[in-house]
Ligand binder design. Sequence first.
Ligand code: SER
Length: 906
Amino acid sequence: MTSAEIRQSFLDFFQKHGHTIVKSSPLLPESPGLLFTNAGMNQFVPIFLGERSPDVSRWGDRVLAPAKDTRASDTQKCIRAGGKHNDLEDVGFDTYHHTMFEMLGNWSFGDYFKRESLEWGWELITKVWGIPAKRLFATVYSPNKDKGDPSDFDQEAYDIWAGIFTRAGLDPKVHIVYGNKKDNFWMMGDTGPCGPCSEIHFNLLPSDDEAAGRKLVNAGSPRCIEIWNHVFIQFNANADGSFSPLAAKHVDTGMGFERVAGIYATTGGFKNFSADPSNYNADVFAPLFRQVAQLSGKTYQGTVPTKREGLSEQENIDVAFRVLADHARCVSCAIADGILPGNEGRNYVIRRILRRGILYGKKLGLRTGFFEQLVAPVVESLGRVFPELQQQQDIVRRVIRSEEDSFGHTLDRGLAIFNKAAATGAITGAAAFELYDTYGFPLDMTQLLATERGLTVDTEGFEAAMEKQRERARAAQKKEVIVAATEGDASASYEATVFTGYLIDTDNAVEAVVTDVVPSGDDTFLVFDRTPFYAEMGGQAGDTGTAVVAGQTIAIVDCVKDKAGRHLHKVDAAAKAQLAGATLRGAKARLSIDLARRRAISRHHSAAHLIHWALRKTLGTHVRQAGTSKTPERMRFDFSHFEALTPDQLHQIERMVNEKVIDNAKVQCYETEFDKKPADTLAFFGDKYGRIVRVVDMGGYSRELCGGTHVSTTGEIGLIKIVAEMAIAAGTRRIEAVAGTAAYDFIAQREAALAAVNARLNAGPQDVMQKLESVLAHTKELEKQLKAFQQKAAAGLADDLAGKAVEKDGLKFVSAVVSVENPEALRSLGAQVLGKLGEGVVKLGADFGEKASVAAFCSPAAIKSGHQAGKIIQELCVKLGGKGGGKPDFAMGGGKDVAKLAEVLK
Ligand code: SER
């Protein structure tokens, strides 16, 4: 079988057993708290937790072959780097860990349980695939095994396995191994669905000696590895460390696809176990190895080092081949799924992996710029299974290229700095930090380089330097902190303010009750039980307006939210003085917001959604919001993208959004459960969403989770005008735009400027360009004429000066202060004068405002008689309070005592 056939036979087997075949979910996880999708079960979490009914066959275009709703199977892209499950450091040094791998899996949602899961598993691998039973071992959960008490174990799993092995004529006592919590209780992360598991391990020793194989189970040997994990999901791990039982029992299995494919390839179909096993023997890696060999001219020989330092030349080459093959898959798949290399979180992990790859390429003699050449072989081997790779191939290449460009600039200098530090025998925290901060070396890359030399890095020192930098950054962007000090009981627990301001019409006045007065720093805030004031959130500015309390009108100048969800209404300075000492709690209030201002903010917020939609349509789905602000005056939208937008792209985006404005589609805002939101709703991962979320749907094409305020039809936006596009960080760009009246004002201003130009040129819109061209042509002509006159004048001046020469001992002498444009003109004038004199000495000076310049020229005969231009200038400069000198025939200099110039030259 090829790797593709192995994958397909797994899916076919489970389809036959009633499983719906679904697509891999993206590497960008939907579950909060995960860095990357790290297991096949991630996309089913809401079903396990009972938040969503099992409905996989109705998952729309995510279904590849429908069957039961309670059973699913797929191949899932997973990344295990940087998070709870982290294999990065082992990649390349062994043959069976990867950053990105495919996990084949089957799931039961409250349907079948341990027996079917294990029996089917056994049938697939021994009957369908023909793995020799004698080489297989099963682990079962035994929580107290480490404490020497194997009496408590997963009896049900044990009994099923005992039956299976006995039927196969094997001794269960030899083939079943107890596993502790670390090995046999599976958790996705610190929270989420979890449960005891049973793993299948494969003895890859040359001999099928059962006792020898058993010894290697869970012993970290490449000669006996886990190939399939069957998890019996029964609990939810809570944030406080406790476990709650789930309403139903589920099955979640995961098979290491590259492991099985690698073993199959190495052993000629599970038959000949003499060769060293390696995942990299699987044909999914072949196009990558071919490409690396071709680019580097080196040959892969499959050696595996036994230690991390002092590697042989071939070991270094083989590690580098494996690293590149692995990292190219990981980085390409991540980018195709919208995780671009960046400075933080998961984006930084991808940057680290890419930079690690570039470093290993260097070890193979590859020049930076090679990494993008590895994208094509990734697409060749995985593009059919993961079509997004094919669709996004061009973007993936360009992202990698721009990332390589920027790192390529600093890599060599960074390596020189590293070598210098290494020569001292230790890598200090300061050196590691400099490498990180100035040369872009991730800490683990510096550690890797250090390990190769048998050195260690002072990571504590590094962390301390990092912390200092963070403090500096924090201090630089310190925001106003709201401390909730209350009128009365400081320990009161607060109720969130009821927000009534989504639907406002002409009369937005709301009757409310003052629940608190909160002084904080220099400001005072009022809190009410309910309010139409939007509190600053998601980049949308807070509302302003008035509060009429006890007959007094108080100006509200801003509104923010505190942790308890209370809207804090900031009062202006005058009201602050009025409020001092007053007890307002319980007083009635009438609240109204500045409606025109709010409308302007909402227009900018809706415009931001349209621009986000158009950016993704035009540039690709890697575009993600990275920060945003919406005020009455304008909107700013920061997004991930790797290069400047062209004028054409900007024009296209502006046109697309304005067409949507003219379309006047309905904007619908509604609340729903997070898991029931429409499939294509944009949510900003990493944000923690509650169970209930708010969807903003504009015309059915733009759907985002958003708590902000919006127009009710797109036509209300009026007009959108992009006013700026710029870079704000590597891989992050910013668009600024204006909408509604702000857009009208912007255009009116531009038009006024243009009208002023027209008036000045005495032209109308039709002929302004023509007029301007003719003015420019005329100016050019005048400049040409002026230059000719200047040259003529200079020649005349040279004649004049030469005419005034004084003769002595057969030499002619000229000394004068002249008026010229610049020192260069002084020099050329002096040369012309000397030319006219024949033999002699010329001294010229000119006043350039702040500075006086002098130049001297001596002809050959003058030099013979002892005159030296250099000496003359030296002398003159000293007198002018400056410095200068030069050769005997020509010298220049200057000084700041401009007033002395004429006197000195005399
Ligand atoms: N979730 C389990 C694992 O990742 C089985 O799929 O090992």
